[in-house]
Design a protein around this ligand. Structure first.
Ligand code: GLY
Length: 312
């Protein structure tokens, strides 16, 4: 058995491990771990307490993948329901679709009887008010139509990398039966343009699992992982026979083709292979991740492998 997560997944590691240790599925484990991060109001980039979009509304993205059946579920730009990961799983389990977004996602949550709530906490609202509302023209909140659209376009340049606010959460588990599952959840970039989707709900970009080869999940600048299909590429590199760190490095090297200023490339990945190997990489120095495998009495934090982006 194996469980790894981005470091902010620490609050969910024990609950997820208990499920694995009791013989439960990797899918149940990654969902349970992720829900506890979505519950954590101190984490301003996931679930309840997440930083809002430009308009002050919290919009959540999440996805889950069952590497044994290659089934997947995702929700994007979900408002008013904190357990985005559970809704993603219900999409996978109960609909003939992979992804629901916006009002449709909220409608499905309501139909399932999920609790509707305001996800914007006062501390997150305060940062938004001071950081964004105060930097926009006074007429911003009351603007209509084209005026609003223009203001939003200009303000989107103020978007803040969620990694500076603790990061999207990734979980990957391999259960006793060797099944691998992965889960990703986020409130996305703080002050994002309303409706913006990142890589987290995009299967293949921020999340991919295939029990035959392994799994990968990303945090960081979602637009880059979307353009390079980073999670799926990593699993394909594993399929081609690379080791898990080599596969991650190859997927990171793909980002160098995107023509970015290296200083702006922000990418982090956790990955496992089918044999129980695992690693985590980051383009930032000093980042860590959480892991637990058979024989350990509790989870541990370990440093990520630092990869300097070459870019341009
Ligand atoms: N990687 C999370 C995001 O870009 O929204």
């Amino acid at each position: 058995m194996l469980l790894i997560a981005s470091s902010n997944g620490d609050v969910g590691m024990d609950a997820a491990w208990e499920i694995l240790a009791a013989g439960g599925s990797a899918l149940d484990a990654v969902e349970a771990g992720t829900r506890l991060v979505e519950d954590n109001p101190a984490d301003h980039s996931v679930g309840y307490g997440g930083f809002p979009n430009l308009l002050g509304e919290v919009e959540l993205d999440a996805s889950i993948m069952d590497g044994s059946s290659l089934r997947a579920g995702a929700v994007g730009a979900l408002r008013g329901y904190r357990y985005a990961i559970t809704l993603a799983r219900r999409v996978m389990d109960e609909l003939p679709h992979v992804m629901l977004a916006g009002e449709g996602a909220a409608r499905f949550a309501a139909e399932l009887g999920m609790e509707r709530e305001d996800l914007l906490t006062e501390p997150a609202a305060q940062v938004w008010r001071e950081g964004i509302a105060g930097r926009l023209p006074e007429q911003f909140r009351d603007a209509q139509g084209a005026v609003m659209a223009d203001l939003l376009r200009r303000a989107a340049g103020l978007a803040t990398d969620p990694e500076r606010a603790a990061g999207t959460v990734n979980f990957i588990a391999q259960d006793r039966a060797g099944r691998i599952a992965s889960a990703v959840s986020t409130s996305g970039w703080a002050w994002k343009y309303p409706g913006r989707l990142g890589d987290s709900p995009i299967i293949g970009a921020g999340n991919y699992a295939d029990s035959r080869y392994g799994a990968a999940a990303c945090t960081g600048w979602g637009e880059l992982a979307m353009r390079a299909c980073t999670a799926r590429s990593t699993v394909l590199y594993l399929r081609q026979g690379m080791g898990v760190e080599q596969a991650c490095r190859a997927a990171f090297a793909d980002l160098d083709d995107l023509g970015m200023d290296p200083a702006k490339v922000i990418m982090n990945m956790v990955a496992v292979d089918a044999a129980g190997g695992f690693t985590a990489l980051s383009t930032a120095d000093g980042r860590s991740f959480a892991f637990r495998r058979d024989g350990m009495g509790s989870f541990d934090l370990a440093p990520r492998v630092y990869v300097a982006p070459r870019g341009l």
